[in-house]
Design a protein around this ligand. Structure first.
Ligand SMILES: [Fe+2]
Ligand SMILES: [Fe+2]
Length: 154
């Protein structure tokens, strides 16, 4: 049960395992989307970003393994099911789908870091901070490719 301590909300280990499993499903989604999109983006102007996406795929797999380890640590069973991946033949549609997913991932990890720290789980906080740095780089790469500004954090 969640307890309110000043303005912090402490969640249980079980709730943390469930939330991390949701994060894991999002990491799998990212692995799949970057794997598929990196090989199907067409057009000379997208060749550089296609190479970047291939690198992202590998980084997302490393995130998935780290998050699965944390699910296990918190007493859960790592999920085997990804969030759905949007398929498209259009390069910009693919890049926008990646961008939306990265933004959702970043918003979720920001919350998860606060929750981890409220629980006194500083090692988890550290793992998440390292991951969120890479997610922000992914977001910037996608914004560059789409020619849009990265919005400031909400
Ligand atoms: Fe990731
Ligand atoms: Fe990412």
């Amino acid at each position: 049960m969640a307890t309110t301590n000043k303005d912090e909300v402490t969640i249980s280990r079980k709730q943390m395992a469930e939330l991390l499993n949701d994060d894991l499903a999002r990491e799998y989604q990212a692995v799949i989307a970057y794997t598929v999109y990196s090989q199907t983006l067409k057009g000379a102007e997208f060749m550089d970003i296609a190479k970047e996406l291939q690198l992202h795929a590998g980084e997302e797999l490393a995130h998935a393994i780290k998050i699965a380890k944390q699910v296990d640590y918190f007493g859960g069973t790592p999920t085997a099911t990804p969030k759905p991946v949007k398929l498209s033949d259009d390069a910009k549609t693919m890049l926008r789908a990646d961008l939306e997913n990265e933004r959702e991932t970043i918003a979720q990890y920001r919350q998860r870091i606060k929750q981890a720290e409220a629980m006194g789980e500083f090692a988890l906080g550290e793992v998440l901070r390292e991951i969120i740095m890479q997610e922000q780089e992914h977001e910037m790469d996608l914004c560059d490719a789409l020619g849009i500004d990265v919005p400031p954090p909400k």
